[in-house]
Design a protein around this ligand. Structure first.
Ligand SMILES: Nc1ncnc2c1ncn2[C@@H]1O[C@H](COP(=O)(O)OP(=O)(O)O)[C@@H](O)[C@H]1O
Ligand SMILES: [Mg+2]
Length: 516
């Protein structure tokens, strides 16, 4: 769905106020004049203090923030006693100074809100967020495109990348695992554009998926058993359908003794096992050289004696290598791909094999696919923004020229209530063939799970309800840009050592870098 469609979908002709809202206010009343002056003065003092603090750059982010907090706290208590300020106001002043010096300016309140999953900036004046699965426009703006570009530079430089007219596109991963894409003029016509796709903090576990009602307890049990039994699994779905999250969660079921190699374009997987080798592709440099593709890494990984290969996303020529690996003893591999149904995923795989330039007859390719892949899991983003496993299908072989597939579990939507999708997961009545593999591993699965009359169980009634509750709360957070010019006070910073935490002082005196 396009951005416009999704915004329109939010209007959706319903009576529910909270769900109908498409705008979120992230601005509060500005600080009064006195506090603004205080903040400006403190800001100047802080910069002097930082400039005269040797080894400041040795401190990691948290330490620098603590340093700033303690410095300001001390200054307010000792040198600005005459300014009336209560605890809440002081907190706000400190927070704003930290935002201006250490943070990402107007984006900070959005980054601080854990319920926001995506932040989309289209030029200085249009900032959208996705929250609990829905898209909202926010009150957040930048002063101008230059200001936005500075913030983008600050974001990408933190992860060692740069953006300028010569390389006006950056795709990077932040330290917290969020993915960032920035593209600036001349490629972006209406000003710099920034997309931040964040990872839910507790994502990446089956428990989280169960809590969100993305699948039933029985499905989780069966899929985990299939992973343990080394079935080759493809997760299919659209952009943002939750494929990577599902891949991460299922990978957790790989027994910890196995050697796992992960291959990704931008490392998002977060496997907890001990024996993991993480590989990341490398884009071309400015001269168009030096690219290391997923295909190169798949080929290399086969020489690394892997027990399992986990490919973040299959989107090209690597598909053939992956299928061959799966067919030559590297079973138990997992990957994702972009498709709208399991059947569509088969067609995608076939097309992608052709990208490798090897001319194989269609029937051969299908045979490779059919013998390599055991299970296809379809992930979908439903109309209320929730993500669910909507289909678990098994590939059983070939008949004539067609890959034979059978659905094992499907999601049945029965309606909508208060804009929330209502439905249930159900079994089709087919006992999957991969159960034999599972049983050979000594894992027992209750055969009744596959009866069409069997009623699936959930950890919660519906995960989306939590989201509905959260939609009703709108945080009020002040946003303020750096405004140094206004300060007319250039009083010397008191180089009073008592204002800073002893631990941080020790770190400053040592010469060891403590990277975050
Ligand atoms: N089952 C789920 N329930 C709710 N949110 C989810 C679920 N799975 C993923 N998400 C969120 O949806 C967004 C997209 O997920 P991701 O796994 O990156 O999708 P994809 O890989 O299909 O593009 C992320 O913000 C993620 O935290
Ligand atoms: Mg993904």
């Amino acid at each position: 769905m396009s951005l416009k469609d999704r915004l329109n979908a939010n209007h959706g002709g319903n009576k529910n106020q909270a769900a109908n809202q498409t705008f979120m206010n992230y601005s509060a009343l500005p600080l009064n004049d006195e506090l603004r002056n205080l903040k400006d003065e403190l800001h100047v003092l802080l910069i002097e203090k930082v400039n005269t603090t040797p080894n400041w750059s040795n401190l990691n982010d948290t330490e620098q923030k603590t340093f700033i907090r303690q410095f300001i706290d001390f200054q307010i208590a000792n040198n600005f006693r005459q300014v009336p300020i209560n605890k809440t106001e002081k907190e706000r002043v400190i927070k704003e100074i930290i935002q201006d010096t250490k943070g990402f300016g107007p984006l900070d309140p959005l980054l601080d809100d854990p319920n926001i999953s995506d932040i989309l900036v289209n030029g200085a004046k249009n900032v959208y967020i996705e929250k609990n699965g829905k898209l909202y426009k926010t009150s957040v703006t930048f002063k101008d495109n230059e200001h936005l570009k500075n913030i983008i530079e600050r974001i990408v430089s933190k992860v060692g990348r740069r953006i300028d007219e010569k390389s006006p596109m950056v795709d990077a991963r932040l330290q917290d695992g969020s993915r960032v894409n920035a593209i600036i003029p001349p490629l972006a016509l209406d000003g710099p554009s920034l997309s931040i796709r964040r990872f839910k903090k507790d994502a990446g576990t089956i428990e989280a998926l169960l809590k969100w009602g993305s699948m039933s307890i029985e499905m989780a049990e069966v899929l985990q058993a299939a992973v343990k039994a080394r079935c080759n699994i493809v997760i299919s779905g659209g952009t943002g359908a939750g494929k990577t999250t599902l891949l991460n969660s299922l990978s957790a079921a790989i027994p910890s003794g196995e050697r796992i190699i992960t291959i990704e374009d931008s490392a998002e997987l977060n496997l907890k096992q001990e024996h993991v080798v993480r590989l990341e592709t490398r884009p071309k440099n400015i001269e168009g050289e030096g690219e290391i593709s997923t295909r190169d890494l798949v080929a290399n990984s086969l020489r690394m004696r892997p027990d399992r290969i986990v490919i973040g996303e299959c989107r090209g020529a690597e598909t053939l290598d992956m299928l061959q690996a799966m067919n030559t003893g590297h079973d138990g591999s997992l990957t994702t791909l972009h498709a709208n149904s399991p059947r569509d995923a088969m067609a995608r795989l076939e097309t992608m094999v052709l990208y490798s330039g090897v001319e194989l007859p269609s029937k051969n390719i299908k045979q490779q696919i059919a013998s390599a892949i055991n299970i296809i899991i379809q992930a979908s983003r439903l109309q209320d923004g929730s993500r669910k496993v909507t289909r678990v299908s098994e590939i059983t072989g070939m008949e004539e020229n067609v890959i034979v597939m059978q659905d094992i579990f499907v999601w049945k939507q029965t309606g909508l209530s208060d804009d929330m999708v209502v439905g249930y997961h159900t079994s089709t009545g087919i006992r999957p063939e991969f159960l034999k593999r599972v049983e050979r591993m000594g894992i027992e699965i209750n055969g009744r799970f596959f009866d069409s009359a069997y009623k699936h169980n959930y950890v919660v009634k519906t995960g989306a309800m939590e989201g509905a509750m959260q939609n009703k709360r709108t945080p009020q957070i002040q946003i303020k840009h750096q405004n140094l010019e206004q300060s007319n006070n250039t009083r010397q910073a008191l180089a009073n050592r008592n204002d800073i935490d002893a631990n941080i002082l020790r770190r400053l005196q040592s010469n060891v870098r403590n990277d975050v």
